[in-house]
Design a protein around this ligand. Structure first.
Ligand SMILES: NC(=O)c1ccc[n+]([C@@H]2O[C@H](COP(=O)([O-])OP(=O)(O)OC[C@H]3O[C@@H](n4cnc5c(N)ncnc54)[C@H](O)[C@@H]3O)[C@@H](O)[C@H]2O)c1
Length: 393
């Protein structure tokens, strides 16, 4: 089926396109290329356009007639959102409202929305479950929360079904080396640390006086391939009649800034210089999701929730084919044609639970994937296999 992927030329959207193609869908990328790269669009056509441009959107939707939408397009830099909130409100809120309005007008197909753990703000309790109160402390998080609310209202008013996936920190790169992170300037910790290792420069640690074991911020890193996989599961679930919901996508394990730097040193086999800098406005001390089985992660969360809610993807016959890859064990699913059976009549079955063995990604392997993607020429950089052996992954 055709799936319109807004922001599909970006870091996570491009991985989702690859995952969609692997699962038999055709991704149609809609991106204004403000932060994306045409070279990452490899699994379907690229339609250049802005989500705020309703006329262009209407034309593209009418031309391709997608069965569903994955909405990644947004500005994503927390610090920039604090400095320039109106940019974020305009792009992430107004742009998304234009997109959703067009979808309702042209074809009310289901939507998977990229939300974020930033909607929670400073955690009142840990780990963070989906029921944790939302109270974002930066405009970026607030912009995402507003769209979650808009989606809920559109479901009530127009029956537009959606899943908001609140992911924590996306990390890693494609294990096949086809696509990876390419942000300029780069703000995410792992690539920043690897760049410092490569260039012998110094990493800034923003605050070492937080109430955490080593005083630095703790984040829950989710492998980008797991995020992409979860998106495919989410869209399949909606295409099969599933109802709207909101889910965390997380590893359930937090790593501090210092732990990430130490892991990178271990992977790269060299020491990395760091210095303590003042805290950044908008940074919560800890963002870690609910602890489930710590050896399971990421897309496991979405499947776990489907089971908890007594749901499974209706009409989908998946034949798990377990393929060990460098960092993960991936399950490829082959979907049958959609069923018209209402999801309400479906109960979780032992067969369904066999789907819920999910990719395992750990910090070391995530860092290793990023090292490979960054083409770092460390004297000790080896093939992916030996890197992963170094990591014990
Ligand atoms: N990276 C993370 O750790 C993380 C964590 C939580 C949530 N998210 C969410 O995931 C989504 C994707 O993040 P990413 O890391 O891939 O970011 P990215 O910047 O790599 O990708 C975003 C893409 O959207 C495009 N875009 C931006 N505004 C647009 C507009 N108005 N019209 C059309 N295209 C537009 C950009 O060109 C880019 O290709 C975002 O919605 C982000 O909020 C990311």
């Amino acid at each position: 089926m055709k799936i319109l992927v807004t922001g599909g030329a970006g870091y996570i959207g491009s991985q989702a396109c690859k995952a969609l193609a692997l699962h038999g869908h055709e991704p149609i990328v809609y991106d204004n290329l403000s932060h994306g790269h045409p070279s990452t669009v490899k699994w379907g056509p690229l339609e250049v356009g802005d989500i705020a441009d309703e006329t262009r959107l209407r034309t593209v939707i009418k031309q391709h007639r997608p069965a569903g939408i994955m909405h990644f397009a947004a500005y994503i830099d927390v610090g920039e959102s604090v400095k320039h909130p109106s940019l974020y409100y305009q792009n992430n809120i107004s742009g998304s409202v234009s997109l959703l309005k067009t979808i309702i007008d042209v074809a009310a197909v289901p939507v998977v929305f990229s939300s974020t753990a930033a909607v929670y703000g400073i955690p009142q309790s840990l780990p963070i479950s989906e029921n944790h109160p939302t109270d974002p402390i930066n405009p970026y998080g607030y912009s995402k929360l507003v769209i979650e609310r808009v989606l809920a209202d559109l479901d009530r008013a127009h029956g537009l079904r959606s899943i908001a996936l609140r992911y924590f920190n996306a990390a890693g790169a494609d294990p096949d080396g086809e696509i990876g992170k390419n942000h300029e300037p780069e703000t995410n910790l792992i690539p920043v640390v690897l760049k410092a290792a490569r260039q012998d420069s110094t990493v800034s640690i923003y605050g070492n006086d937080y109430d955490t074991p080593d005083g630095t911020c703790i984040r829950d890193y989710v492998h980008v391939v797991d995020i992409a996989d979860a998106h495919v599961r989410a869209i399949n679930y909606l295409l099969n009649g599933g109802t709207s919901c909101t889910l965390n996508l997380a590893n359930a394990c937090g790593y501090s800034v210092i732990e990430v730097i130490k892991t990178a040193e271990r992977v790269c086999r060299k020491s990395i210089k760091s210095k303590v800098a003042p805290r950044r406005i908008g940074d919560p001390p800890v963002a870690r999701s609910i602890r489930r089985n710590p050896r399971r992660c990421s897309s496991d969360a979405i499947n776990q929730r489907l089971i908890e809610e007594g749901l499974r993807p209706v009409g989908q016959v998946c034949t798990p084919r377990v393929t060990p890859t460098a960092s993960t064990t991936q399950i490829h699913c082959h979907s049958s044609p959609l069923s018209s059976v209402s999801r309400r009549h479906c109960q979780p079955t032992p067969a369904a639970s066999s789907l819920f063995q999910c990719p395992i990604s750990r910090m070391c392997s995530t860092v290793a994937m990023s090292v490979m993607w960054s083409s770092a020429s460390f004297s000790t950089t080896r093939s992916s296999r030996s890197l992963l052996r170094i990591c014990g992954a």
